[in-house]
Ligand binder design. Structure first.
Ligand code: ADP
Length: 366
């Protein structure tokens, strides 16, 4: 059996061992991992080692007092986001006021009731986790805005420059048809780049929002033939051979044919794009247990190991000279991952820089 996922880690600081064990048992029972600390010094050391999701902090302890521990937690940028709930023997207004003044979020009076402490811990941990999620989303939003505006700014800038050029030629009465056509073609190319970025982003947004797939029995052999057909020309232009494993029987898989083809097409397109002239791109597929595995293999530039964990992140592009030479949005693999996820499948990658890469798509069969 899988161990149940913990709700969070609570650092409990109390100088009375009996209290410590009661609270530990209670929080364990409530689904928390507990780290006990018998005084303020131990608590501060524990905090430096690993950050908990919440601190339950006794006020009256020998050595560093609870208020001081809290003050230090709130003064340190690494720990100041961690909620602190105070435990105190006396139900005394001054204590409470001081507890909030030093940065505590809540206060429990001893002798405490299990239900009350659990409810307070639960709500503070949930709040802190939601705050964290919002922060992550906000910083992702900032990054998204920065990247999109940067990726749109360059082509837009080109378009402005070329239109200025055209206008000047017209105003000077020096319009050369061939020149003008070349300028217009560049404008068109820059617009294509921008259009492609916007369309891809909107598509990704829809996929991640969880569109409904139109699943039906589909011949994988046929789907791959079609995908290869789309990329034959690009491969020929780079003298890359495209190979597909031939099977006698049709591999019928339950997929949304258009979406699954889109994922495979992105993978084949990447394999061609990131493989030098004269290379080879091959797709093999077959059953394994109750799954279908499709492997897209290339003899290309490969992917450095430190880039692998980022590969499926939005806008991520491998930063080597060879990779950078290719045009791209860094969204293709995010689209692939979203489509594979929607099918309940999985995608992994193995790669050896300078030798090539293998993308494995694993699809569960009903
Ligand atoms: P892009 O639009 O840049 O191709 P993707 O999301 O499709 O974006 O891929 C992200 C990055 O992963 C690419 O920029 C490229 O650096 C790397 N990559 C993807 N596929 C391959 C491959 N088959 N071989 C080597 N690198 C690859």
């Amino acid at each position: 059996m899988q161990p149940e996922k913990k709700k969070g880690v609570v650092l409990v600081v109390d100088d009375t061992p009996a209290n410590l064990s009661v609270i530990t048992a209670m929080l364990n029972h409530g689904g928390y991992e507990v780290r006990p600390a018998i005084n303020g010094e131990v608590a501060l050391r524990a905090l430096a080692a690993k950050l908990p999701d919440l601190v339950l902090l006794d006020i009256n302890m020998p050595g560093i007092k609870g208020y001081e521990v809290c003050r230090r937690i709130k003064a340190d940028a690494r720990t100041q986001h961690i909620p602190v709930i105070f435990l105190s023997a006396a139900d005394n207004l001054e204590d409470k006021v001081e507890a909030f003044r030093v940065g505590g979020v809540d206060y429990v009076t001893k002798p405490f009731q299990v239900e009350e402490v659990m409810a307070r811990v639960n709500s503070q941990v949930m709040l802190a986790q939601q705050r964290q999620k919002i922060e992550t989303l906000m910083s992702f939003k900032d990054e998204l805005l920065r990247t999109v505006s940067h990726d749109l700014k360059n082509p837009l800038h080109n378009i402005m420059g070329y239109t200025d050029m055209l206008m000047e030629n017209i105003q000077a009465g020096a319009v050369d048809i061939a020149d003008s056509l070349a300028i217009v073609e560049r404008i068109r190319r820059s617009s294509d780049v921008m259009y492609h970025l916007v369309v891809t982003l909107l598509d990704l947004d829809r996929l991640e929002g969880g569109i409904r797939l139109e699943i039906r029995p589909t011949s994988l052999n046929q789907l791959l033939e079609d995908v290869f057909g789309q990329h034959q020309l690009a491969a020929e232009n780079k003298r890359i051979t495209l190979e597909m494993q031939q099977h006698d029987a049709a591999y019928v898989v339950p997929v949304d044919p258009a979406r699954f083809a889109q994922a495979l097409s992105n993978l084949v397109s990447n394999a061609i794009k990131y493989t030098p002239e004269g290379g080879n791109v091959a797709v093999v597929f077959g059953h394994q247990d109750n799954k279908i595995i499709i492997r897209i293999m290339d003899t290309g530039y490969g992917i450095p190991e430190d880039a692998l964990p980022n590969l499926f992140k939005k806008f991520y592009r491998v930063n080597t000279v060879q990779h950078r030479r290719e045009e791209g949005t860094g969204l293709g693999l995010s689209i692939v991952k979203a489509i594979v996820d929607l099918h309940g499948g999985d995608i992994t990658v193995e790669s050896e820089p300078g030798k090539g890469s293998v993308f494995n798509v694993v699809l569960p069969l009903p």
